[in-house]
Design a protein. Sequence first.
Lengths: 416, 416
Amino acid sequence: MYDNVRINGGRLWDSLMEMAEIGATPKGGVNRISFTEEDRKSRGLFTTWCKAAGLSVTVDKFGNMFARRPGRSPELAPVMVGSHLDSQPTGGKFDGAYGVLAGLEIVRCLNDAGIETERPIEVVNWTNEEGAILKPMIGSEVFTGALALEDAYAMTTPTGTAESGLDDIGYKGDVALWSYPVHSYFEAHIEQGPILEDEGLRVGVVTGAFAQRWFTLKFEGLEAHAGPTPMAIRRDALVGAAHAVIAVREIASRVDGRRGTVGCLNPYPSSPNVIPGTVDMTIDFRHDDEEDLIRMTEELAEAVEAIAKDNNLDYELTPTVHISRIPFHETLVGHVRKAAEDLEIPHCDIVSGAGHDACHMAKVIPTTMVFIPCEDGISHNEAENITSDDSEAGCNVLCHAVIAAANMTQDLELSS
Amino acid sequence: MYDNVRINGGRLWDSLMEMAEIGATPKGGVNRISFTEEDRKSRGLFTTWCKAAGLSVTVDKFGNMFARRPGRSPELAPVMVGSHLDSQPTGGKFDGAYGVLAGLEIVRCLNDAGIETERPIEVVNWTNEEGAILKPMIGSEVFTGALALEDAYAMTTPTGTAESGLDDIGYKGDVALWSYPVHSYFEAHIEQGPILEDEGLRVGVVTGAFAQRWFTLKFEGLEAHAGPTPMAIRRDALVGAAHAVIAVREIASRVDGRRGTVGCLNPYPSSPNVIPGTVDMTIDFRHDDEEDLIRMTEELAEAVEAIAKDNNLDYELTPTVHISRIPFHETLVGHVRKAAEDLEIPHCDIVSGAGHDACHMAKVIPTTMVFIPCEDGISHNEAENITSDDSEAGCNVLCHAVIAAANMTQDLELSS
């Protein structure tokens, strides 16, 4: 009965462009780090749009925002659809914002068509997905109870704590976390990889997400003067760190599907004529194959041990983030796949290499995702780009899948 | 006639320890970066001590300090002796301070012995030798005219400019730069390398200083998300930088006497889950053999070209510092060697691997240096250490050489 419903692709695009003006960077990206003025402004614009669409907006104690459209049975658990409006320091216009504004566009579309769903629909904006400060995906982690609110509040940021950051922008809400049942959660997102574009497809039916293991690695050698200190007696922590960067690259390149990245690396004391005595660095490992991910960590431990020995360095390799392989909910994945088929939009199944708020949600609430291609697979980059046509296609698939879920009268088993 | 003159080693040591309280770090080093409160305090203590020794203290327009003891012929060009009181952020107690306070101890010793030299003697404290901010050895560079005062003033620091920095600590003096002839310049310093200690010697007769070539190197690739971006298509600037760190190490290790160091390396945007799109780094090459130093730079250029190609990166390799091999003045080197022989202090000829204010002075004024051993060859490190006996031996050699120069009635030819 909703076969002819189509979202308004032009309106969605215009909203994406207007949102991208907040924190716009000279290179065409956005800088909307959590707890900044830009974060505050983007939340304000989202609120204004939600209210204009007749939604009631609430903010929970960790700043997560929920904009509700009532259903025919307002007492039923709602279908949530959303993502995040925060960005990396040099992020793109679509990472996160696409999922939030696609959720909003669905509601606008239902309003236009005068369609009432059985269940309420809530458009969500999660706090601090990016992890540019704090850890990534913390808003959904706190919401789902995987991280205690008081522990999250106490986390330090460059300007204070998470709690003071929420206070600073006026988004420490008063609504309790996860205070009512949620039927299901949908998140649309740019792929952040090259697969859909390479295959000429418009939509990814996301069946799950990569497992992740993150580490910090510290090498300690001996600071010394760059001039008189002979090469043979040096204990240069940066030489050790350089070998570790290359080892991470080699380990990740050894088996298809592995990912390994060093994103942060800080030599100390950082003076041109001082041999670095200490280097701190981060390592991010991901894989669809959880057993092989464990092998990666074993290979890393061996490599670091050998590097430290070869370069006469001490080291500390510390696990920091551990996320298991996430399977998404089969019924919801089926809704997305069927929507793509019915709409005749070219699609394939795909596994997410990135972490998303959907990964936390999937542990406690039936969840799935919809991907759209991004140009050259680039994200976390000011050059990140999508086409308006793909944006529209992905949002139509999301819309039909959300309508299907919002018209389910029965609850879903999480383990399905 | 001065054969029996000996400096007071205990007094010198006490002065070193008292000066080291200014900017003292928990690990036993000092943090006396230029234009900080610690810089101001160390200059104040030096002034107090100089005045107590009857010296007249002047400050030039770049903050260089000169404490004069008149000679029998006060109209003659003075002999200068000194070094610097600033330090690296995690520097040691002796790098620089030893040379300034050894100069002061010579004057105190001459006062005690009632000795009047033919020429005036000036104890010097140069501004910002370390280059922890600004470029290294800038005070002597400006003094000798190698760098124009207005250009030096305009250089930016973390808090403003060099000029505002001097104003902040009250050491933008009113005396013109190099406004009277200087007969000769002596600088005592810790070796900052392991040679004297390894050979069981107490004094290095410094015949010159290594040539230096510094570079900045920027790699540019493509920022992208650490999860979904397959390894094969990445343009990871940090992987390029890591190969460059190892190339610098390999080039410097290939031929005896070469030195190569990467002290600073900054990936951008520095987020654990973003592939670094840009890395800036520094390279410091040194060598006693100027022709082989040129070969090092050629090898670097080839290596960087290959690394950029292999990793699909753009790069900019920019020369920043170029210091020629410095020969010290044969007559003055002879005075130092003779003093060590007369005093029967074990010594050898040595070439400085580090840059010193003496290197700028040597280009325009007859100059030499005296080295003493430092523990394990370590400097630019809070663990930097010397023995009181070596401190005393080096200062006695310096004292006798300075007296010899200060009693020369003739001027010296620079080209000698």
